[in-house]
Design a protein around this ligand. Structure first.
Ligand code: THU
Length: 127
């Protein structure tokens, strides 16, 4: 599936974001080895620190279905600018594949991509 289609899936997931505090909705789609795709949206909480990011939701859904060989992550947001994964999400994703392709697509259609390990140099890992 191409990045445009993956962005469309992420936009659909973004519509379900629960973001009453920040009003900043984020959507993600995650492609696993073998081709399965999992989407996620951010889920906020009145206890702000309990908020979970769209990427984490997508990873949790995938892992719970037995998929963890992630190849590509596409992230979209409500903002006009490109939204990149937060530091915590970079670490969360790095666990599974430092060579993952991370693609951000803005609401204006601008697209930029990186290899995850370039977004998190000198990353922490135990494996
Ligand atoms: N957010 C994500 O879902 N992913 C990111 O990588 C950056 C931040 C969410 C968390 C919070 O609900 C909102 O965006 C504002 O920070």
């Amino acid at each position: 599936m191409n990045n445009k289609k993956l962005a469309e899936l992420a936009i659909k997931a973004k519509e379900n974001a629960y973001a009453p505090y920040s009003n900043f909705k984020v959507g993600a789609s995650l492609v696993c080895a073998g081709g399965r795709i999992f989407t996620g949206c951010n889920v906020e909480n009145a206890s702000y620190g309990l908020t979970i990011c769209a990427e984490q939701v997508a990873v949790g859904k995938a892992v719970s279905e037995g998929c963890c060989g992630f190849e590509t992550l596409v992230i979209v947001s409500d903002g006009e600018d490109l939204c990149t994964p937060c530091g915590g999400c970079r670490q969360f994703l790095y666990e599974f594949n430092p060579d993952m392709l991370v693609v951000s697509v803005s609401s204006k259609g601008e697209e930029k991509s990186w290899i995850l390990k370039d977004l998190l140099p000198e990353a922490f890992g135990l494996r």
